[in-house]
Design a binder for this molecule. Structure first.
Ligand code: SF4
Length: 62
């Protein structure tokens, strides 16, 4: 299966600079899941910019 990285990047709201997982959603989800977190795309624009990817931040954001 081919990676849709270019298409994923068009829909990615992550503003964290320099992350090599940007647009590689499978790696992004796995990374944050292992840490008990959610990826940037689960958060509003303002919450995403805090770089707090915790579940409690997600709940507070909704
Ligand atoms: S959400 Fe996390 S892993 Fe995904 S691109 Fe942003 S910083 Fe990287």
């Amino acid at each position: 299966m081919e990676c849709c990285q270019d298409e994923n990047l068009r829909n990615c709201n992550c503003s964290y600079p320099g992350c090599e997982r940007k647009g590689k959603c499978c790696e992004c989800v796995t990374y944050h899941k292992k840490r008990g977190e959610l990826p940037a795309c689960f958060f509003s624009e303002s919450a995403e910019k805090t770089y707090d990817r915790s579940i409690s931040k997600f709940i507070a954001d909704n």
